[in-house]
Each structure stands twice: as C-alpha cells, then as structure tokens.
Write a protein that binds this ligand. Structure first.
Ligand code: DLL
Length: 437
C-alpha cells in the first residue's frame, strides 16, 4: 500500500521520542492549567505547584479527573488560561441541562487543530486535487469549521455545503465533481436513500471517499454505506472538549483509529473504579489535551467506551489505535435489569440485508415491566402491502435480536424513508419511561 503522511516526522516518531515529547507538552500544559481558576484550586489540593512536580508521564496519575459537570461549573471562563483578548474563536455544545460547554481557541490553536485534521484527511489518500464537500453542520458545532480548515490546509477545494438538503447536495456534487464528502453516518445512509428517490445515478457522481463520524456506528453500517455508494468510508472521532474532529482517525487500513498522541494523551480506565485498564480492555476513554493554549483540559472523562489495540499498525504510524467507539457510559439502557447499548441493536439489524437504512429504538413502561420496541425501515425493494414476507422478516429480526441481546423486543417495520431523519447527529433512542425524581 502507498502510504502518505501529512507530517511524517510526527506521525512516525519512535515511541520513546513521542513519549518524551508528550512529557514536555504535559509540563507546559500543567503550567498553563495553574493559570486557570478551576485547576489552580484542584492542583493545590493534589499537591501540584508547578510543572516541576511532573517528572514523568506516570505523574499524570496525580492529576484529578475533569468531568462535564466541572466544565459546566466553570462556565464561562474557569478553564481559560490566556487573556480573553488573545482568544479568536469559541465553539460550544449545548447539553441537555442548557449550560453550554464552551471551548476557546487562540489563533495558534486553530492552526494546530487544522494541522491535525489535515493529517487525518491526507492519511486516507486525499490530495489537493480532491473536491471536498463538507455536508455537516457549521456554526458552534465543531464538525463544520474543523473539517473545513483541515481541507483548506491541504489545499483541497472545500465546498461548505453544511448538513441537510439532499437535492442541493446532489446538485453541488454534480456541478463541481465532488470526490470526498464528510457527514454523519446516518446522513450518509439518508443520502443514499434520497439518491434512489431523486433518480440520481451513481455514474453521474465522482465520489470516492467519505469521512463519517460524530456519532457511533457499527462495522456493518460502514460496509453498507460503502457498498451502496461505492466509496471508501473512514471513521472519524473527536469531541468539542478536545477541539472537535481530528482526535483519532482511521488510516487506509480502516482497522482502528490512530489517536494523535503528540496532541492528546489518552487513557482507558474502568468507569466505576477509575483505575487504568490494560491495552485491549474496553473502558472509558480519558483524554488530556496537549495542543491548545486557550482552554486547558486535563484528564477529561469523555464517557466514550473504547479500547487500545495492542498491535502496531502496518501503516508505520506510531500513534496507538483505538477500537471503534461503541457507545457512551451514559447511553446504556437498563431494560428489565439487562444492560443494553444501542450499538448492540445496530450491529444486529444493519447486518440484515432486507432492513432499510434507518431505525429507532423505543423503550416504554408496560405495567411494571419495560418494553423494548425496535422500529426499522425496510429496504426500498420491499413492498409494504405484501404481508407474508414482511411477517417473516419481522420474525427474523426479532429472533436475531433476541439471540444477541437476550431481550425479546417488539419489532415494527416501516416503509422506506418514513422514519424521522435528523440533519445532525441521529436520535436513535426514545426512552419514554417515567423518570424517578
Ligand atoms: O461530534 C466532533 C466531531 C465532529 C467528531 C465531526 C467527528 C466528526 P461533540 O458534538 O462534542 O463533537 O460530540 C462528541 O460524539 O464524545 C462521542 O460520544 C461521539 N462521537 C464522535 N465521533 C464518534 C465516532 C463532535 N466516530 C461525542 N464514533 C463523542 C462514535 C463518536 N462516537
């Protein structure tokens, strides 16, 4: 395979040098943290007075974890480590409580972030000759401007189309010969369904690749998008607290996501005990940001579940790979006492050929019991008025799900294109059970 590196020196830095670099960056991050109102207090309690107290990477363990709750408590400037005058941009994600978590960037931070995203894009084989249509939300969400800057850094022609409006997306693809797109996996599935509906032939498009991320999806979903659109799909992971996209990305092997360890220190911990887990074991991903001067965040508990690969990657990059993120610790549903991640359902149903591209999980109370309903669309080639094959399909889905998740779900089949689609991250779960107050 022909590998291309955007920043060969950093991407292939031997581990001892990479770790020495991390240590020096960690030290400056600790010094910056001491300038924030949040860490000043917590560091003093932890006995850290300056970066001189950090002698090796192992000393990271002395630093307390930071949570989303801390970020909200520190709103708006508790994590800022440079004068506000030197801040040139903010991004924010508004959570369910309404208090946004806000991340500030200096001009140098934006430049570094663009470099990491460029590294991701270039590593998939893209060049400045590609035409890149960024079909994701712009604005406070980091996916739009983050990928936009990465594409421009490489010198690609970037089309800032934003999310939604498939008719206009097809038009742009045809007019400008789009070769690469970026979207959530759920929007890519929707695009494919709309292509059929609008009679757009695959041959009229020059598409080769897609970057898909911002929400969990299964390997079967990736394969489905690849087969339907005849493209290569690369998994892209990131979060606003760590700048946005550009934290971890698949290389041409599409087997695990390289986490850029010169920009981030990642740990996998047991989400209950918070003890570190050995490579290969699934746990909560905790990240320290080394590549940003405006907002300092150390040992941030992402709530995302993943594991480190133990083997190095044949592409030659020395940065460790993460397994596909299967969900979040706070995504877990408990149904009549059985723990269930929505990704377990997706894994099953996306492997069934007759199932369409969209689905919804509904949990309700029936008397004292929880009731799980899985609503899935059927493929475009399946007729809704032919009940015999539909009943057989329903039974097949129910049985396969039950064998895999040990819960007997109710299955509802819906016409292709009839379940709600969101332009941003897909909303896959409706938990209608009354909340205990
Ligand atoms: O979703 C940043 C991003 C934009 C990533 C574009 C990739 C592409 P947030 O809105 O803060 O930021 O959401 C971050 O989304 O903690 C994960 O739970 C989830 N997530 C992001 N990428 C993936 C992925 C952006 N590839 C949260 N697989 C994260 C699974 C993902 N989950």
């Amino acid at each position: 395979m022909n590998y291309q590196y955007w920043n060969e020196k950093m991407e292939t830095l031997p581990r001892p040098e990479l770790e020495a670099y991390q240590l020096s960056q960690l030290k400056s991050t600790v010094d910056r943290a001491l300038r924030t109102t949040f860490y000043k207090d917590t560091f003093i309690k932890a006995g850290i007075r300056s970066s001189d107290d950090i002698k090796s990477l192992a000393d990271l363990q002395r630093i307390p974890f930071t949570t989303k709750h801390d970020l909200r408590e520190g709103f708006p400037y508790g994590f800022l480590s440079i004068p506000l005058d030197d801040v040139v941009r903010l991004h924010a994600s508004s959570g369910t409580t309404g208090i946004p978590t806000t991340i500030y960037f200096s001009a140098a931070d934006l430049k570094r972030w663009a470099g990491f995203v460029a590294r991701c894009i270039y590593g998939t084989g893209c060049t400045k000759s590609d035409v890149f249509q960024n079909m994701i939300t712009y604005g406070l969400f980091t996916g739009g401007l983050g990928f936009h800057a990465g594409g421009e850094e490489i010198g690609m022609l970037v089309i800032p189309s934003g999310a939604g409006n498939t008719t206009r997306q097809f038009r742009l693809m045809q007019d400008f010969g789009t070769t690469v797109v970026h979207a959530t996996p759920s929007f890519l599935l929707h695009v494919e369904a709309k292509m059929k509906e609008e009679g757009i032939s695959r041959e009229s498009l020059k598409l080769k690749k897609a970057f898909a991320g911002a929400e969990p999806y299964s390997e079967d979903t990736r394969r489905r998008i690849e087969a339907l659109l005849h493209i290569d799909v690369y998994n892209s992971y990131g979060l606003s607290e760590m700048n946005g996209p550009g934290v971890a990305f698949e290389c041409q092997h599409k087997d695990g996501l390289h986490l850029w360890e010169d920009g981030y220190i990642a740990e996998i911990v047991n989400p209950e005990t918070l003890e570190p887990l050995p490579d290969g074991e699934v746990g909560e991903l905790v990240i320290t940001c080394l590549c940003r001067e405006a907002t300092t965040l150390l040992r941030y508990r992402t709530r995302d579940l993943s594991a480190f690969y133990t083997e190095p990657c044949p592409c030659g990059r020395t940065h460790r790979r993460l397994r596909r993120i299967t969900g979040r610790t706070d995504d877990m549903l408990i149904i009549n006492g059985v723990n269930l991640f929505p990704s377990q359902i997706e894994e099953v149903i996306m492997g069934i050929r007759e199932v369409g591209n969209n689905y919804l999980i509904v949990v309700e109370k029936e008397g004292v019991m929880d009731r799980l309903t899985v609503k899935t669309e059927v493929g475009a080639d399946i007729f809704m008025d032919d009940t015999r094959p539909l009943n057989a399909l329903k039974e097949k889905i129910r049985k396969t799900l039950q064998a895999s998740i040990t819960i007997n779900p109710r299955v509802e089949l819906h016409e292709n294109g009839s379940l709600p689609v969101s332009e941003g991250k897909a909303v896959r779960v409706q938990d209608k059970r009354p909340r205990d107050v």
